[in-house]
Design a protein around this ligand. Structure first.
Ligand code: FEO
Length: 399
């Protein structure tokens, strides 16, 4: 019988699955749960790479003890300080009091700030190595992927990278640990959703890290969330590369708010006309009911965004405004962008969309459709058709 937790000789998976938390970071839904990954490196000395969310501490420690078989932990490498990976550090120090905690200068400052830890630490610098006897760890800094202290640890004997959050996905590890042991279908969109929600602001640092890591031979990627990547490394790096360049696939996201269905009818008519123009895929999100993380995922995934909103208190509909704020916070540099809006007595929605496009330095070549009061095909069908045609032309110009 194969040992599922043995990734390579001396490299063991000791992470946990979380199917209980409903909102990651208190914000993002977890329909497939999430895993907090941690790994043991068993040389003559033993290193543990990262920990898990502290609520799962007791099962984490059981996983460690099962793999250690009476040995102890000499080093804890903290690649990332976000508490989903660091909040079991204090418990581990109580069980393994001789263990040294390894991090860079920023990590050590955060260890003190979060947990009051000041002793039994070891500071590493860019490119430093730790010889465990038989296995080595080399440390490379990857600041802002996704916090400033983030570093990755490379094991040259196995061409294996412990990559912190990079290449991570939502979704628990059901049975298997590596990508060849798991059904992967849902992970690809969960990777995009994880990236868009958690790392989405930091495209430039991710690009820098990808360039730095490009010099390493990598056959296994052990991220802090989701599958261990081996067979699919090429696809995983390609997805991360595209996401961090904010490069969307061809496709349209129509995201709208609507109080009484009139603006929604515009959205549906534009979607129908886009389909008739041969454009696809088309994803339509009602922002009053859509999961914001799924909308963000789709805006990162596709190259064209069409937004619609009623005028509400002289402003955009609040859920529409919230989406625009999330995109601005993630510094999305460009999308094919178009808009439509509505009002009853004084229009503001289309003006606000135009101001947003100017602030973001996005082009908006299509003439917006602005509707007064109720929708009918007679009054507004032709305007929606024209907008859809212009969107299709814009997409053909900016493939
Ligand atoms: Fe999974 Fe940035 O922590």
């Amino acid at each position: 019988m194969m040992n599922i937790t043995e990734i390579k000789p001396g490299i063991r998976y000791v992470g946990v699955n979380d199917r209980t938390t409903t909102r990651f970071e208190g914000l993002w839904s977890l329909p497939y749960g999430v895993s907090y990954n941690s790994y043991l490196v068993l040389g003559e000395k033993v290193a543990l790479i990262d920990t898990v969310e502290e609520g799962f501490g007791s099962r984490f420690i059981q996983n460690i003890e099962r793999e250690l078989q009476g040995r102890t932990i000499d080093y804890l490498v903290v690649n990332h300080m976000e508490p989903d990976h660091s909040s079991s550090v204090l418990a581990l120090r109580r069980i393994y009091p001789q263990m040294q905690v390894i991090g860079n200068a920023k990590t050590l400052q955060m260890l003190q700030g979060y947990y009051g830890i000041q002793d039994r630490t070891l500071e590493v610098k860019e490119g430093d190595s730790l010889d465990l006897g038989g296995l080595t760890l080399q440390f490379y800094f990857a600041p802002m992927v996704h916090w400033p202290e983030v570093m990755v640890s490379y094991c040259p004997e196995h061409k294996l990278l412990f990559s912190a959050d990079a290449f991570g996905t939502f979704g628990t590890l059901d049975g298997g640990v590596t990508d060849s042991q798991l059904r992967l279908d849902h992970y690809w969109d969960e990777m995009r959703r994880y990236y868009a929600c958690i790392v989405g602001k930091y495209g430039a640092p991710v690009q820098k890290a990808l360039q730095k890591l490009g010099g390493l031979q990598i056959e296994t990627i052990c991220s802090t969330h989701g599958p261990v990547w081996q067979r699919e490394i090429g696809r995983v790096i390609d997805i991360y590369d595209r996401l961090s360049r904010y490069e969307g696939e061809r496709g349209v996201v129509i995201a709208y708010g609507s109080m009484y269905g009139n603006t929604e009818q515009m959205a549906d008519e534009i979607a129908r006309c886009l389909a008739a123009e041969g454009v696809g895929p088309i994803i339509v999100h009602n922002l009053s009911t859509a999961d914001p993380s799924m909308v963000l995922r789709d805006v990162f995934k596709y190259n064209t965004l069409v937004v619609g909103s009623p005028t509400y208190n002289g402003e955009l509909f609040p859920e529409v405004e919230s989406l625009l704020q999330k995109l601005a916070a993630r510094c999305v540099p460009q999308r094919n962008f178009a808009c439509f809006g509505s009002f009853t007595w004084a229009g503001a929605a289309v003006r606000r969309f135009t101001e947003f496009a100017e602030r973001m330095k996005w082009c908006m070549p299509c003439r917006p459709v602005e509707m007064k009061q109720g929708y009918s095909h007679e009054a507004y069908g032709e305007h929606c058709r024209t907008l859809a045609h212009e969107i299709a032309e814009m997409m053909n110009c900016n493939k």
